[in-house]
Design a protein around this ligand. Structure first.
Ligand code: GUN
Length: 291
C-alpha cells in the first residue's frame, strides 16, 4: 500500500483565506483589528524561524503584529513586565511567548502571567483546565491542527484506537483531550512505555510527538492506519552544503508511507497547521474581548 499524503500546507492555505475574511469583517463591522504579540528571548535558530513565520502570516491575514526580541540574558523580571504590559494593551488580543526560554527564566511563571483572555497558545492553567473539562476556551494550536487534518482525512473518529507517542504539555496531553472529545480510545505512550512498537501496532491513528528523528519505524504501523507526524527535527545535511540542515519527522516516513493509509509529510504536514490555528485563536480572542 502507498499512503495518501495529507497535505497540511494546502489545507492551511484554505483556512488562512477564511481567517482573512473573518478579520476583514471584524474590522468593517466592529472596528476591531485583531492583534498578536510574539515574544522571543535569545537566538534559538528554530524558534527564530517560527516566530518570523508567525509574525509574517499575522500581517498577511490583515491582523496587527508586534514582535518583541529580547536578548539571551534577559531577566525573568523583564519578561514578566513585558507580558504584563501586553496584558493591558488594548491593541493586543493574543500573546505568544515562544518556548523554550533560556534557563534563568521559569516558563511556568511566564505562562501563568499571560492573561487567560489573551492566551492563544492555550498554555495557562485556566485554559488547560477548561480544555480538560470541556468548557469553551482556546484550543492548543498544534493538537487542533492535527485534529483538523484527522477529521478531514477520516471523517468521524468515533471508536478509533488512537496512540499518541509523547506526553508533553504542548502536544501529547492536549491531543489526548481532543481525541477523547471525538470519542477515540486514547493511549498516551512515552519513552518509558514497555513494548512501544506493539502498542503503536494497535493504533488506527498514530500521533508522533516525541522529538526524536525517525523513531517510529515503518513496521510499527498497522496497515491502513493514519499517521500524524508532529516532529520537526533539524538535522545537519552537509550534502546540501556547509552548515545546511534538513527537517526530519519523528516517523520513518519512506517506510511508514508503504504501510499507512494516510500520512503527513515533514515539512508540509502539521507545521503549517500550527501557525494557522494560532491566527484562528487570535481572531477568536479578539471577537470575545470586544464582544
Ligand atoms: N515552541 C514550539 N512550539 C510552540 C508553540 O506552539 N507555542 C509556543 N509558545 N512555543 C512553542
Amino acid at each position: 500500500m502507498t499512503a495518501k499524503i495529507i497535505d497540511g500546507k494546502t489545507y492551511a492555505e484554505g483556512l488562512r483565506t477564511r481567517i482573512a475574511g473573518h478579520v476583514e469583517r471584524l474590522k468593517r463591522e466592529h472596528g476591531v483589528t485583531p492583534g498578536l504579540a510574539v515574544v522571543i528571548v535569545g537566538h534559538d535558530p528554530g524558534s527564530e524561524i517560527y516566530v518570523s513565520q508567525k509574525a509574517r502570516q499575522t500581517v498577511e491575514v490583515g491582523m496587527h503584529s508586534e514582535k518583541y526580541e529580547l536578548p539571551e540574558d534577559a531577566s525573568e523580571a523583564e519578561v514578566l513586565a513585558l507580558v504584563q504590559n501586553l496584558n493591558a494593551d488594548p491593541a493586543i488580543h493574543g500573546i505568544l511567548v515562544q518556548l523554550p526560554l533560556p534557563r534563568q527564566i521559569d516558563p511556568n511563571k511566564v505562562i501563568a502571567t499571560i492573561s487567560p483572555d489573551k492566551d492563544v497558545d492555550c498554555f495557562t492553567p485556566a485554559s488547560v483546565g477548561k480544555l480538560q473539562i470541556g468548557l469553551p476556551g482556546p484550543v492548543s494550536c498544534t493538537p487542533l491542527g492535527c485534529l483538523m487534518l484527522l477529521r478531514d482525512t477520516l471523517g468521524s473518529l468515533e471508536g478509533l484506537n488512537a496512540v499518541i507517542v509523547g506526553r508533553s504539555n504542548l502536544v501529547g496531553k492536549p491531543m489526548a483531550q481532543l481525541l477523547l472529545r471525538d470519542n477515540c480510545t486514547v493511549t498516551v505512550a512515552h519513552s518509558r512505555t514497555k513494548n512501544l512498537a506493539d502498542v503503536v501496532r494497535q493504533a488506527d491513528i498514530v500521533v508522533a510527538a516525541v522529538g526524536r528523528p525517525q523513531m517510529i519505524k515503518g513496521d510499527w504501523i498497522k496497515p491502513g492506519a493514519t499517521v500524524i507526524d508532529v516532529g520537526i527535527n533539524r538535522i545537519p545535511a552537509p550534502e546540501r552544503g556547509e552548515g545546511r540542515t534538513r527537517l526530519l519527522g519523528d516517523v520513518d516516513y519512506p517506510a511508514a508511507a508503504e504501510v499507512a493509509g494516510a500520512i503527513t509529510p515533514v515539512p508540509g504536514g502539521v507545521g503549517p497547521m500550527t501557525i494557522v490555528c494560532l491566527l484562528a485563536n487570535t481572531v477568536t480572542t479578539a471577537s470575545l474581548i470586544n464582544g
